[in-house]
Design a binder for this molecule. Structure first.
Ligand SMILES: [Zn+2]
Length: 352
């Protein structure tokens, strides 16, 4: 079960680099993340046992359709989930004093509303409630989707500020949930890099909608809003120029390749899930610049629904082109979209 989506926003190689360079909080955050992963794996095993009492998958859970309610919980700096924490704002509730609660509530709402425009009813297409946990741990430097809830740390306020401050972080984590309920891409190697890629794509798309931007004036940076005063101006990833998001003494240098010739084949980062995603991110950026973010996102979203758990880059290439062609035939995207997708893929060395 170790391949289940740990889905932490800050990749382990970044936090490890920070710990190595003497950042105290980085080590503590790593340990909390590791402990959490263990608990999650245990819980996943239990869940699978429940669902498969005789080794056979049950028919699609016959749960009642939910109403996609937002529920923001304050962890009060604790690290226990699935225990009664304090519900601080629920759907339709008034704005509260704590700004992070309101921001996470708003960004989750923006993401849910965007999913609706794609014809999807919340994360699971069945109206699943959006459970959002804030103030997780003390100075915890990460955010993650744990399989059914979203969790946001406060950062150390030096290197990273509160993770709930960024729309692309919130939408990124929420889309790990969408991926889990659609392609369910294994969180390792190329399927894992695709999993990360789709979260970056829709994190960026939702942010462009909120900021009323388009492909031409968006920054195409992921996680720039959560950089604290020490590293203000840096970001976690650049979809436009993968490999250029950061370069400093604390985090090291952004390892993302922008072309298959620089593909990372080593074992770090679950065999490069946050590293090789840069190659596909660049493809999306190029297509969005050509046919617009909305049209590109429509092609990518339908593709996500047609992929499978072990899909690799070449599989995604085939499905993207097929979907682009179908969407042209349906009048959903501009003529020339399949050619735009092929040209972008070719420029990063795909298929290979
Ligand atoms: Zn992620």
């Amino acid at each position: 079960m170790s391949l289940s989506c740990g889905c932490h926003f800050i990749p382990p190689h970044v936090i490890e680099e920070m710990a190595k360079n003497g950042h105290d909080g980085a080590q503590a955050s790593l340990e909390i993340s590791r402990a959490h992963r263990l608990r999650r794996d245990e819980r996943t095993v239990n869940l699978v046992r429940q669902l498969h009492p005789d080794g056979q998958p049950l028919a699609a859970a016959a749960g009642a359709t939910g109403t996609a309610q937002r529920k923001v919980y304050d962890c009060g700096h604790g690290t226990a989930l699935h225990v009664p924490t304090r519900l601080v704002r629920s759907e339709g509730g008034a704005v509260v004093v704590d700004p992070i609660v309101n921001q996470v509530y708003d960004f989750a709402g923006n993401t849910r509303d965007y999913l609706k425009t794609l014809g999807r009813n919340s994360i699971d297409n069945n109206g699943m409630d959006l459970v959002l946990n804030v103030h997780y741990g003390t100075n915890f430097m990460n955010a993650f989707w744990d399989g059914d809830e979203m969790v946001f740390g406060d950062g150390d306020n030096q290197v990273f500020t509160s993770f709930g401050k960024s729309a692309d972080v919130v939408a990124h984590e929420l889309f790990h949930g969408v991926t889990q309920f659609t392609a369910n891409l294994v969180y390792k190697g190329q399927p894992g890099a695709l999993n990360e890629h789709f979260s970056d794509v829709f994190g960026s798309v939702v942010q462009q909608i909120i900021k009323k931007q388009n492909a031409g004036n968006a920054d195409w940076l992921i996680g720039d809003e959560i950089m604290g005063p020490t590293l203000r101006g840096e970001a976690l990833r650049s979809m436009k120029y993968p490999g250029t998001a950061y370069d400093n003494n604390l985090m090291g240098k952004d390892p993302q390749p922008a072309h298959m010739d620089q593909y990372y084949a080593g074992p770090n980062d679950n065999y490069g899930v946050h590293i090789n995603s840069g190659i596909m991110n660049r493809v999306f950026y190029l297509v969005a610049m050509d046919i617009g973010t909305t049209a590109a996102a429509g092609i990518w979203f339908e593709t996500l629904g047609k992929l499978w758990s072990t899909a690799k880059f070449n599989d995604a290439v085939a499905v993207l082109v097929r979907v682009a062609r179908n969407q042209v035939a349906q009048g959903k995207v501009p003529l020339g979209s399949p050619q735009s997708v092929r040209a972008a893929l070719k420029s990063v060395g795909l298929p290979r």
